[in-house]
Design a protein around this ligand. Structure first.
Ligand code: PMP
Length: 424
């Protein structure tokens, strides 16, 4: 039996389902034992070009030497104190304040789910209201207020689709769900319930359904409506923050939300998350205000050191152009292959994110993605993996390029894509 399967069997004895998270158990089962630059290596020593990027954080490439060195130097001096704020933490907060348009004040925690949990609590405290509004296809973490209507079956569209057993019914009731890019339906709901809604939370560029670009005027329209109704606008930039630019997607779109959550790419693989936003809302945190927020590992020195170094590298003038150029090379190459093969497929993406849906445009909301041929999507990705390019074999998931990828990596993946898509 291949040793990847032996490891899985061993894992299943002690970890539920053999993993520590909902979509970590995927087919084919591969036990990866090493990650370096743009590559993953499995237990048999086989090399894969990595387009999973640890679900997004790996923006510079795996085990980045400058990041790791700074983390190790830091950890030799300071690990976890627990009171006050460290010099590095303050420096990182100031850096975020300089780069992110909405970041008047900043706090650190450890995961994206914690960040969105705090952002929603701050919004409820600031408004004295309970309800929140999210969009079908966006993911904001695994807590009750947001864990619904991500990748939904066709028959669940238009109704609440909680992703887990054990969620509080009241939390599910208090969250409204609307289609992304449909400003008219937001305006209609706000006319009735605007005074009860504390926050609108969204991925300004939703990557949890692949890549659905915000329609012209959609983000601006949400900004105007939330100002009119006194609703806190939260941009969940946990994927887009740092991935697409130092100022997040908000700077690219020119729309400033009240609160922003960021994580993933900020620290290139080390755990760190951020809630940033308007000073009056952020200052509600204790001890200045009455919103309770805490965490033993908040602003841990490893994550802070990793983030400071990651941002320094991203500030180099060649960093984002490299990421965007490689993304463009991949998308153009795939478009050409799809055209030549005459298949029903659409290449989408932004910056260093890309994917191939097996459907025809238009793609404006999750509803359009129901036309994706999921079986074909999975079969394509499994064949890519067999040929040494690791794109997550889960329907609608985005793929990520890192600063460590080269033209040759992208071209090798395009050659595999060509072989697979022309073989029918
Ligand atoms: N928001 C978004 C946009 C995300 O993509 C994710 C994670 N995929 C989260 C929140 C939750 O982050 P975490 O997994 O770190 O809790």
């Amino acid at each position: 039996m291949p040793s990847s399967h032996r490891l899985l069997e061993q894992a299943q004895q002690i970890l539920p389902g053999g993993v520590s998270g909902a979509i970590r158990a995927v087919e084919p089962t591969i036990a990866f034992t090493r990650a370096q630059g743009a590559y993953l290596f499995d237990v048999e020593g086989r090399r894969y070009i990595d387009y999973l990027g640890g679900f997004g954080p790996i923006l510079l490439g795996h085990c980045h030497p400058e990041v790791n060195q700074r983390v190790m130097e830091t950890m030799a001096r300071i690990d976890l104190i627990g009171v006050g704020a460290s010099e590095q933490e303050i420096a990182l907060a100031e850096k975020l304040g300089q780069h992110i348009p909405s970041a008047e004040k900043v706090v650190f925690c450890n995961s994206g789910s914690e960040a969105t949990f705090l952002a929603l609590r701050l919004a409820r405290a600031a408004t004295g209201r309970q309800k929140i509004l999210k969009f079908q296809g966006c993911y904001h973490g695994w807590h009750d207020a947001v864990l619904m209507n991500v990748i939904s079956e066709a028959e669940k569209l238009g109704q609440k689709d909680p992703l887990s057993a054990g969620m509080l019914p009241q939390a599910i009731d208090d969250t409204l769900v609307l289609p992304f890019n449909d400003l008219a339906s937001v305006a209609e709901v706000l006319r009735d319930q605007g005074q009860q809604i504390a926050a609108i939370i969204l991925e300004p560029l939703p990557h949890n359904m692949g890549c659905v670009l915000p329609a012209e005027g959609f983000l601006q329209g949400l900004r105007q409506l939330t100002l009119r109704y006194g609703i806190v606008l939260i941009f969940d930039e946990i994927i887009t923050g740092f991935r697409h630019g130092l100022g997040g997607y908000q700077r690219i779109a020119g729309v400033v939300p009240d609160l922003t959550t960021m994580s993933k790419a900020i620290a290139n693989g080390y755990p760190l998350a951020v809630v940033a936003g308007r000073a009056d809302i952020m200052d509600q945190c204790q001890p200045g205000g009455d919103v309770y927020f805490a965490g033993t590992f908040n602003a841990h020195a490893a994550g802070v050191a990793a983030a400071l170094t990651t941002i320094e590298i991203l500030e180099r003038p060649e960093s984002y152009p490299h990421l965007f150029r490689l993304g463009e090379r991949m998308r153009r190459g795939l478009e050409q292959i799809v055209r030549q093969a005459g298949i029903e497929a659409t290449v989408v993406g932004y910056g260093s994110v890309y994917l191939l849906y097996f459907l025809r445009p238009p793609i404006r909301s999750y509803h359009d993605l129901l036309r994706n041929d999921g079986a074909r999507f999975l079969s394509y990705r499994r064949q890519l993996i067999e040929q040494g390019s690791y794109e997550l074999p889960v329907n609608l998931k985005r793929s990520y390029i890192s600063l460590a990828h080269t033209n040759a990596d992208v071209d090798q993946t395009l050659e595999s894509a060509h072989r697979i898509l022309h073989r029918r």
